[in-house]
Ligand binder design. Structure first.
Ligand code: PLP
Length: 473
């Protein structure tokens, strides 16, 4: 690379130096993250007020730009990687995935076709085939055997939207009117189901009642399907949630698959969070019947030590994707077009351009090995169970939903106000962060154990906060 005085680029020697400096900065962050307050004490607009209104006309010094990480960025950070982060679901990361991300950013390849990115494509093919086996999924979802196959996407929302769009395409091709198609999910399904269906042009989106465990009630699904058929509508797509967002409830895949089959519906499984747990065979009963679905998504970027964005989408029959999405203009044609060994991922999702997401996942799986990944997940489930036991043994609290993995949902028996003020007190500590939530007017607290740096003593410390701030009854 030329490095003349006139080059507009950062000299390579400076790149090296600042690169090392930033690795040190992140290493320091990971080491000392616990000393940070989890949520910043700032108001909307505070960060913007530190930034100039217009972009710089002249080049700024890189050292000065890096200094602004501490001056401008850190004061406005919510520290998702704090070991006391028990809110939402975890946002996965590991030092190894950061290194993979760094290299992928520098390579800046565009993986739209095999010919534009042979290694990224084949590493992605391979890593997703590995995951089929590691998670105990049907071997027919492997690319090397087919007919299925996996592709990395930005998010589970994209994956769900994709399956809705593909199902819609095939229904319309079969002669059904677009405005007659119906999509089904439980009333506890993630909002991305309704959003994806709306974007994909479904006019009819049904929220199906749940049972006492917050899982989809299959009788209610069947009744709704019959009612829709009687009105001349076309049941087209149904979602099984493998772990709902509110409580990690598990929809019964097998009976839902029977309804889907009877009516020719596309059956999608949303395992955004819980899918990572399937690396441990003992949890796979939670997704009994998974071999019957048409598509499946899960997010290594939640609970498998890989930083956002990294969501896997598998289709049980990849030809359905390719038939729906493939368009081959002259400028994309090349010698490998049509060669089954050369996967052109542009035909597997909405975007054309795509980055080398598989690199960080490849680094993570190799560097930890399946055994350590299993230990990682199991430890969180164990600690969540210990916390649940403490909550259940204390007369002030009650568990509000069955715990399936590492999410504990509970409330103060004194009602919504005492529950909400308990969550507020825990969060005000600055050392732990939980999510207050609500189902059917009942306030509860979600504790999701799963952050990379969380250890058992952090869960113990959370219990001490709950114990301290839980009002007596
Ligand atoms: N589905 C479920 C069950 C989720 O819990 C979430 C997020 O928490 C999503 C989908 C959305 O995931 P993403 O942010 O990857 O779109």
């Amino acid at each position: 690379m030329s490095d003349t005085e006139n080059s507009p680029h950062l000299p390579i020697e400076d790149f090296r130096e600042y690169g090392y400096q930033l690795v040190d900065w992140l290493a320091e962050y990971f080491t000392n993250i616990e000393s940070q307050r989890i949520l910043p004490e700032i108001s909307p607009g505070d960060i913007r007020a530190m930034l100039p209104d217009v972009a710089p006309e002249q080049a700024e010094d890189m050292g000065h730009i890096i200094d602004d990480l501490d001056r401008v960025v850190m004061p406005g950070m919510a520290h998702w990687q704090h070991p006391g982060w028990f809110a939402f679901f975890p946002s996965g990361v590991s030092p190894v995935s950061v290194l993979g991300e760094f290299v992928a950013a520098g390579l800046a390849t565009q993986g739209m076709m095999w010919s534009t990115a042979p290694s990224p494509t084949e590493i992605e093919n391979t890593v997703l085939d590995w995951l089929v086996d590691l998670l105990g999924l049907p071997s027919t979802w492997r690319i090397d055997t087919g007919p299925g196959g996996g592709v990395l996407q930005m998010s589970a929302s994209d994956s769900t939207h994709l399956s809705l769009a593909v199902a819609r395409h095939h229904a319309v091709e079969a002669g059904h009117a677009t405005d007659s198609l119906v999509a089904y999910g439980s009333e506890q399904a993630h909002s991305s189901i309704e959003k994806g269906a709306r974007i994909a042009g479904y006019r009819h989106i049904r929220s199906i009642r749940v049972d006492e465990s917050f899982a989809l009630d299959v009788d209610a699904l069947e009744n709704q399907v019959e009612a829709d058929l009687a009105s001349g509508l076309v049941p087209t797509w149904v979602c099984s949630a493998v772990g709902t967002t509110s409580t990690t409830a598990m929809d019964p895949i097998r009976p839902i698959a029977a309804v889907a089959k009877d009516h020719g519906m596309w059956h999608h499984a949303d395992a955004a969070y819980a899918g990572s747990a399937m690396i441990c065979p003992e949890f796979r009963n939670l997704q009994d019947g998974v071999e019957l679905v048409d598509s499946y998504t899960f997010n290594p970027h939640k609970w498998l030590l890989t930083n956002f964005d990294c969501s896997v989408f598998w289709a049980a029959d990849r030809s359905k994707l390719i038939d729906a999405l493939s368009i081959l203009p002259a400028y994309l044609k090349n010698e490998s077009s049509g060669d089954p060994a050369a996967i052109d991922y542009r035909d597997w999702h909405v975007p054309l351009g795509r980055r080398f997401r598989a690199l960080k996942l490849w680094f993570v799986i190799r560097s930890y090995g399946a055994e350590k990944l299993r230990d990682f997940v199991r430890s969180h489930v164990d600690w969540a169970k210990e916390l649940e036991d403490r909550i259940q043994a204390d007369g002030r609290f009650e568990v509000t939903a069955p715990r399936t993995l590492a999410l504990v949902c509970f409330r103060h028996v004194g009602g919504n106000d005492l529950t909400k003020s308990l969550a507020d007190a825990v969060n005000a500590s600055g050392t732990a962060y939980v999510t207050p939530s609500m189902i059917d007017e009942t306030q509860f607290i979600r504790v999701s154990v799963g952050s990379t740096w969380t250890e058992r003593h952090h869960v113990d410390a959370l219990w001490e906060l709950i114990d301290l701030h839980g009002a007596p009854v």
